[in-house]
Unconditional design. Structure first.
Length: 245
């Protein structure tokens, strides 16, 4: 998406338009490269993303590029206006409505793709819808967070919530709560420590992931210890019964 953003800045076009074109080109290239049989889908995504990022940096370093590449890369949370908030709120309402309608299908394909077809759920259309929703969210959020930090904002809360719960409903609510708390903590830290707001929020998201990871690890250790004690008590009980018999 970075080449589209830089190209829009060069041509004096809205960044939303440039980002949309960049996303469309990136998705098309990923689909084309993914058809190469000797390459896996992960390699295809890595090749396209790194290539487009390099092209965007080259465009950004051109003499004719206007100042403000840092804003395209890292965004400016403190410059968000009412229009940006209204756009984000409207898109969030659309996403919630689509997720409500397609909840069962997304749940089936996300956790059991092999049996989803037997349940009458085709994974391909649902994957396309999910990809479009993520692309739209990226396009909306990139104006505030920038091309680099938007990835952390999209992935960080979801990854942290995945470590804390296994049910999809609580997982979504937990991810929203983590994003909200991390945003407040990051903005508070940026104000008092005189840090960049976007970078501070990203650091708060990383900290939240570390806390969630440690919490999951501690919970697994306690559960393993509890199961070990239960098996020990059960084996001792069986031995006592055998002795009495």
């Amino acid at each position: 998406m970075l080449p589209g953003l830089v190209g829009a800045a060069l041509l004096g076009l809205p960044l939303v338009l440039g980002g949309a074109i960049g996303l469309a080109v990136g998705a098309s290239l990923i689909a084309l490269v993914g058809r190469i049989k000797v390459l896996s889908s992960e390699i295809a995504v890595s090749v396209v993303i790194t290539s487009l990022f390099g092209a965007g940096v080259l465009l950004g370093l051109a003499p004719t590029t206007p100042a403000g590449l840092g804003g395209i890369l890292f965004g400016d949370l403190l410059a968000v206006g009412f229009g940006d908030i209204a756009l984000a709120a409207g898109y969030a309402a659309i996403v919630l409505a689509i997720l409500f309608v397609l909840h069962e299908g997304l749940l089936a394909t996300g956790f059991d793709r092999l049996n989803a077809k037997a349940l009458g759920r085709s994974p391909a259309p649902l994957d396309l819808v999910l990809a479009l929703l993520l692309a739209g969210a990226t396009l909306v959020a990139v104006q505030a967070l920038g091309n680099l930090l938007v990835v952390a904002m999209l992935i960080g809360p979801a990854a942290s919530a995945r470590l804390l719960t296994r049910r999809i409903g609580p997982m979504m609510l937990t991810a929203v709560a983590i994003a909200w708390v991390a945003s407040l903590v990051g903005l508070y830290a940026s104000y008092h420590a005189e840090l960049a707001a976007g970078a501070a929020v990203t650091c708060a998201l990383v900290l939240a992931f570390v806390v969630a990871l440690l919490t999951r690890r501690l919970r697994d250790l306690l559960a393993s210890d509890s199961r070990r004690r239960g098996r020990g008590e059960q084996s001792r009980g069986l031995r006592l019964r055998s002795r009495r018999a």
